[in-house]
Design a protein around this ligand. Structure first.
Ligand SMILES: [Zn+2]
Length: 190
């Protein structure tokens, strides 16, 4: 029986592991993970987008062209998450498969705080991979069960606290989406 979904999932998992290895994301000397450098090395141009609410940001690809635009009114930690999330889409093949469907079209994904959108499997998978990239296994090994608070782990990884909670399976996809919405709509005027 042909199960293409499983093959894609396995290929995506391999791409994520290869990325972690290629950029030494488990190396404590490189924490917090410089996700902007990783994106640049992967061929992304990352631009400040100002207030993009209800979006955290979006990414477009066309052939080898890759560009992200970030909502720069949300806290820095959320901007880092957005870069990792869009990078994850590319590692998962989400952007590529869409490009193959119509190579002549600019393909876009958006990280939207609109209710329910993040709950779709592809979006949640990208957020979980973003958490995996930004919060290394080795960081969790060093901190969990050592009396280090989740807030301190978030600080060391330079990520929003809800991303640590998502990584550890402590909050639901719905709660994570709620936290993202709060960050998008509570962003102070710059
Ligand atoms: Zn997405």
């Amino acid at each position: 029986m042909n199960i293409p979904g499983d093959r894609v999932a396995s290929r995506a998992k391999h791409a994520v592991q290869a990325c972690i290895h290629r950029y030494h994301l488990e190396d404590p000397h490189r924490w917090p993970v410089d996700i902007f450098r990783v994106a640049e090395a992967e061929g992304w141009e990352v631009l400040a987008g100002g207030d993009l609410a209800p979006m955290m940001g979006w990414a477009t690809t066309c052939g080898t062209f890759r560009r992200m635009r970030l909502n720069t009114r949300v806290p820095w930690a959320w901007q880092r998450f957005t870069v990792a999330h869009e990078l994850a889409h590319a590692l998962h093949g989400d952007l590529v498969s869409l490009t193959e469907a119509d190579g002549s079209l600019m393909v876009a994904t958006a990280l939207t705080a609109t209710r329910g959108r993040l709950l779709r499997d592809q979006e949640m998978a990208a957020s979980l991979t973003a958490a995996r990239l930004l919060i290394p296994d080795a960081l969790l090994d060093q901190t969990l069960g050592q009396g280090v608070t989740l807030e301190e782990i978030a600080r060391r990884a330079a990520v929003p606290l809800p991303l640590v909670q998502l990584r550890l399976g402590m909050i639901s996809a719905t709660d994570f989406l709620r936290a993202m919405r709060a960050a998008v709509f509570a962003a102070p005027a710059s």
